[in-house]
Design a binder for this molecule. Structure first.
Ligand code: 2M8
Length: 440
């Protein structure tokens, strides 16, 4: 680990970076919400909005609070928070109709039928800390019951057998769409016919060497068709779908979000239900069972066949963020992180380690650096008192944005910016990383 060659003068360069990041969020603000990026990403995505709010809180806390409140319009009657809320006035809104979620989504709101990592409670906690004290109670009163209903939905619908781990039924739910973790589970799934894929204009047009392959996209479309046929009924889907994964990253984020929720409820002078408290504890224990001693890392769990999916990804560091790893395991993870053949090329952290067969430096979630994953890992390292590593990674991460702009993702080998330009969550999390140094 060499921190020497990264500039760190908390002077004009960081002020400039702050101003540029704030400008990206302003430019992507369509008046209702901050879209993930110009062009391809015009709608409101669940975890994008949460990351955006975490950064925006440092610039305009009220606007950040509105951003999160805005998400509540998409929450389903049963508590589910959809991964996308479509804007009818925008291009690609044809896609919205393909989900056929009317009757399930709130009247007049067009949503997808699946969820995304539950960063919401974490974002609410970050935003409430920046709001004027007098405005905190109303914000909490609106957000906390919705989050409780959401977390209860995750347990009720996605963990009916009370394993402690939430099961995902589509790679889009993991947020790490094209991760090799899903590849094997989807191997036998025939891609949707071409005419159906074409209807999904938004994602189809994005297929190139930086995006998911057209085979993967075809399979993702096929899987949505299956979910829709089951009317998004988790009970049916969990029993019949060949693609059900207890995703490591999602569950680790969920565990951390549960901690945030507990603190938010306390701020209101209240307590969670005994049932939820028990479920929360079971999640922490279950994540620890995702540890694979021979490889000394955490993995996701494949449900239909049973067993760990021993494909390494950056998600292995997320149990640090949730404070679940023992100090001994945290040390093993630290060694993985600083290993140049694994997670420490010129520009860490690759989403898939370099020596893993499916590693591709430029393709979407198969190798590139994603700033949200770096952010989770930095916060995790801090939690374990690994301040030197956290600061090293923070500076590396800032450097990527400084040198290559606020891109959707970056090559871990060259640092080249990839995917969308002016990407909101990159800008927002850079804002947060500029404010909180490892020593805070
Ligand atoms: C990517 O996913 C969407 C589908 O949800 C897409 O490819 O169209 C992912 O990177 C996801 O994590 C992200 O929320 C979304 C918008 O930035 O794009």
């Amino acid at each position: 680990m060499n921190t020497g060659n990264v500039r760190h003068d908390v002077t004009t360069s960081e002020t400039d970076l702050h101003n540029q990041a704030a400008a990206v969020l302003r430019a992507n603000d369509n008046g209702h919400y901050v879209k993930p990026a110009p062009g391809n990403y015009p709608h409101q995505w669940l975890w994008d909005t949460c990351f955006t709010a975490i950064g925006l809180a440092h610039v305009d806390a009220r606007r950040a609070a509105r951003e999160l409140l805005n998400l509540l319009r998409g929450q389903w009657e049963n508590g589910m928070m959809p991964h996308m809320i479509y804007s009818a006035r925008l291009p690609y809104s044809l896609e919205a109709g393909l989900w056929r979620t009317h009757g399930l989504s709130p009247r007049g709101v067009r949503t997808s039928g699946i969820t995304q990592p539950p960063v919401l409670a974490i974002a609410v906690e970050a935003v409430v800390a920046q709001l004027p004290v007098a405005e905190q109670p109303d914000f909490l009163a609106a957000m906390v019951p919705a989050i409780e209903r959401y977390h209860e939905w995750l347990y009720r619908e996605r963990d009916p057998n009370k394993t402690g781990l939430v099961a995902l039924v589509h790679p889009w739910e993991s947020g790490t769409d094209d991760s090799p973790v899903w590849t094997e589970a989807m191997a036998d799934l025939p891609p949707a016919p071409r005419w159906r894929r074409v209807l999904w204009g938004a994602i189809m047009f994005r297929s190139n060497d930086e995006r998911a392959s057209s085979q993967s996209i075809g399979q993702m479309v096929r899987l949505v068709d299956e979910l829709r046929r089951a009317n998004y009924d988790s009970q049916t889907i969990l029993k019949t779908s060949p693609v059900v994964i207890r995703d490591l990253g999602f569950n680790a984020i969920f565990a951390a979000a549960n901690e945030s929720l507990e603190r938010l409820v306390k701020m209101q002078g209240d307590n969670l239900t005994v049932e939820l408290i028990g479920q929360i504890a079971s999640t922490r224990r279950a994540i620890d069972r995702l540890w694979h001693e021979p490889s000394r890392e955490y993995f996701s769990y494949q449900v239909p066949l049973g067993g760990l999916i021993t494909v390494s990804t950056v998600a292995t560091f997320l149990p640090l963020f949730a404070g679940i790893a023992s100090p001994e395991r945290a040390e093993y993870l630290r060694l993985q992180l600083v290993n140049p053949e694994r997670f420490s090329p010129n520009h860490p952290i690759p989403s898939v380690p370099l020596n893993q067969p499916l590693f591709e430096p430029r393709r979407y979630w198969r190798g590139p650096v994603w700033i949200n994953m770096n952010w989770f890992t930095i916060r995790g390292l801090e939690r374990y008192g690994m301040f030197e590593e956290a600061e090293w990674l923070r500076l590396r991460t800032l450097d990527l944005a400084q040198q290559h702009g606020f891109r959707e993702y970056y090559s871990p080998l060259t640092g080249d910016g990839l995917g969308a330009h002016e990407f909101s969550w990159t800008a927002a999390l850079i804002l947060d990383l500029l404010v909180h140094t490892a020593k805070d």
